[in-house]
Design a protein around this ligand. Structure first.
Ligand code: ATP
Length: 203
């Protein structure tokens, strides 16, 4: 039996013994950057799978992705703090979580990505940006609303965050979903549906 399969079997066995069918034991692999799990095992939409394999050219999830994505993508949804090595794919975890919960049919902001530094906001931007372009292309052919990811911006106060989001949504702040609470931060970027893809031109 190939090593990866043996590892999965071993983990499943451990999970059963621990009374956990899915979860912490699903991640195996030799380094923090690899795992024996496939993206197909993580309950992702076909659209996101295509983005991962075709656009991003990822072959399989990293360990932190294989551990956190089942928790992020499976209801009941809970808050999650995840910690892993530098460059082990944490950004992809929350971006996939965000995009998998966005409904392109709703013309309102549905996800906020709050970064503690300007550098991190800029670094986090290309990943959802590529997905947005991808979804915009598909939306055009299907005549459905496109996903728009707003470029990182810099509101100076919690009130300014609320104001900025309400401008994008075209809604007064009191009508914004409760989940969009203002948070003191120096940088924020958000995803919204409807409109043009990043760069301002239709693809
Ligand atoms: N499953 C994967 N397979 C291959 N490459 C991946 C995978 N996930 C992420 N990457 C790539 O690995 C690099 C580091 O990923 P990412 O920035 O998400 O890591 P991070 O843990 O958030 O980093 P940091 O600790 O610096 O914040 C990026 O170039 C990303 O595209």
């Amino acid at each position: 039996m190939p090593k990866a399969k043996m590892e999965i079997e071993e983990c499943k066995q451990k999970s059963k013994t621990a009374g956990i069918e899915k979860g912490p034991f699903l991640h195996t692999g030799e380094t923090p950057y690899t795992s024996a799990v496939r993206f197909e095992d993580l309950n992702l939409s076909p659209e996101l799978l295509k983005g991962l394999y075709v656009e991003m050219k990822f072959e399989r999830p990293s360990k932190i992705q294989s551990i956190s994505l089942p928790m992020i993508l499976t209801p009941p949804y809970k808050n999650l703090i995840a910690q892993a090595h530098n460059g082990s794919g944490k950004t992809n975890c929350f971006v996939l979580g965000m995009l998998s919960r966005v409904d392109p049919k709703l013309g309102v902001p549905q996800a906020l990505c709050i970064c503690p530094t300007r550098e991190l906001a800029i670094q986090s931007w290309p990943l959802p940006g590529q997905r947005a372009v991808e979804r915009s292309k598909e939306a055009k052919t299907r005549r459905s609303p496109a996903l728009k990811i707003q470029r990182p911006t810099t509101p100076r106060s919690p009130g300014a965050v609320f104001h900025a989001v309400s401008c994008v949504a075209g809604l007064p702040p009191r009508r914004l979903p409760r989940r969009l609470m203002p948070v003191p931060t120096s940088l924020i970027s958000w995803a919204r549906v409807k409109g043009r893809p990043p760069g301002g031109t239709e693809q």
